[in-house]
Design a protein around this ligand. Structure first.
Ligand code: NDP
Length: 407
């Protein structure tokens, strides 16, 4: 019997997921793309049809409403829901999946609209419910979180007896030609990078001022880039699931122009998430900023250059110290050529499709709510090579390390 797949969210990532599911139609069967604005789904469906010959259905849904979601899931008799709307919708979509006994997957953990804080707590709290309903929820199946978690699981399985430190290294060296734009949803992106930094060491979270710590990493195929310490959500589950871990940090590259714009926007209050009164109307500054900035989906045709995201892992194998670096390089223009999206959406959408594929094929299947590193990394790593995200492993000198300093 053929599967039925529901994708929710028709932004940059939703576009890639729709294309990639269509390219794997044997697994995904009948595909429906639904979002708040149906016209965006229709444009994607037309492009998918023109490029792949596969027809996908489209629908309108407000994913903040469990009732509307339940009606849609039942109408199309979905076997799986791939949530690539915004993190604000995670809980409503999970609850609708539980009500309909349908498997669930997302790429970003729940974030409360009124508080710039994201964490797994409320999603993990649905584990029991998912078990009772005999369904699976796979959390964070994008690139980071997502592939980075699988890279760590792969390092653990094939290279280490004990992992002691992990540094996640995320570089986007793409140039879209605008003085300032964000590569994915501006609100989510700016909330993430303007928040305080945080890393985990010897059992404790250590908070830093935003962008206070940096290091230069020589990213293969890109070159040396300044990379800043940020909090990033995959650390929350890796701390829980990787035994013997002593420290985990996350670094991301930012160009000077991006940082200067961000500081100015922050200083003038444009990153605020509290409503302000403007000429008798209430507006939320960061939402208004989103209206002004280029739509991330429109960056695709103009972005050139590469991304490189990987994990630098140190630990012990057979009593000897060991250092391994696993990374993936994507090219913005090649991604656009294939699926009409730049590499940031591509590197998120492809792993979302792969996670869903492994769930439908029951290669990754366990009732309850799970993170990526809980599963055997090998089938996922094989799919990455087949589906457009080939990766490399470098065994470095055992004493290789990052030179971290204050920014
Ligand atoms: P976009 O803003 O481009 O797209 C979001 C889509 O969700 C839009 O189509 C929007 O609809 C839709 N949406 C928003 N609210 C609702 C709602 N209430 N009901 C129905 N649809 C809704 O975001 P991206 O595509 O860039 O990102 C998608 C997700 O991927 C985000 O959660 C983001 O955090 C995550 N992500 C994860 C990464 C990873 O590596 N793990 C990296 C990058 C992103 P409308 O068009 O009407 O506004």
């Amino acid at each position: 019997m053929s599967n039925k797949t529901l994708i929710i969210g028709a932004g940059g990532v939703g576009n890639v997921v729709a294309f990639k599911c269509a390219m794997n139609a044997d697994t995904f069967g009948e595909i429906t793309l639904a979002s708040r604005t149906k016209s965006k789904c229709d444009v994607i469906a037309q492009n998918v049809k023109a490029k792949t010959g596969v027809t996908i259905n489209t629908a309108q849904v407000d994913a903040d409403s469990v009732e509307e979601l339940v009606a849609l899931i039942k109408e199309i008799e979905a076997d799986i829901v791939i949530n690539v709307a915004l993190p604000y919708q995670d809980l409503t979509i999970m609850d609708a999946c539980a009500a309909c006994q349908v498997d669930y997957l997302d790429t970003a953990n729940y974030e409360h609209p009124d508080e710039a804080k994201f964490e797994y707590k409320e999603q993990w709290a649905r584990d029991q419910l998912f078990r009772e309903q005999h369904i699976m929820g796979l959390l964070g199946s994008g690139f980071d979180p997502g592939v980075t978690n699988v890279f760590v699981a792969y390092a653990q399985k094939h290279y280490f007896d004990e992992i002691h430190t992990i540094d996640i290294l995320d570089c986007n060296a793409g140039d879209h030609g605008y003085p300032f734009a964000t590569n994915f949803n501006p609100e989510i992106n700016l909330r993430e990078v303007s928040a305080k930094g945080r890393y985990w060491e010897n059992g404790k979270w250590i908070e830093t001022e935003p962008m206070a710590i940096k290091q230069v990493w020589d990213y293969p195929e890109v070159g040396p880039k300044e990379s800043y310490l940020l909090y990033h959500e995959e650390m929350e589950s890796l701390v829980k699931n990787i035994p013997h871990l002593k420290r985990i940090r996350f670094f991301m590259t930012f160009g000077e122009s991006y940082l200067t714009h961000m500081r100015v926007l922050e200083n003038v209050g444009m990153l605020g998430i509290e409503p302000v009164e403007h000429q008798g109307q209430k507006i939320i500054p960061i939402e208004f900023l989103k209206t002004l900035l280029p739509d991330p989906a429109s960056l695709g045709p103009r972005t050139k250059g590469k991304t490189n995201i990987g994990v630098f892992v140190k630990g012990i194998k057979d009593g000897e110290p060991k250092t391994v670096y696993i990374y993936q390089v994507s090219d913005h223009e090649k991604c656009y050529e294939e699926v009409m999206s730049q590499a940031v959406s591509y590197t998120t959408g492809v792993p979302a499709m792969i996670g869903a594929k492994l769930m439908l094929e029951k290669k990754w299947y366990q009732e309850g709510v799970h993170n990526m590193e809980e599963f055997d990394p090998d089938p996922f790593m094989e799919e990455l090579n087949k589906q457009g995200l080939p990766w490399q492993v470098m065994e470095l000198d055992a004493d290789a390390s990052l030179e971290v300093k204050e920014a």
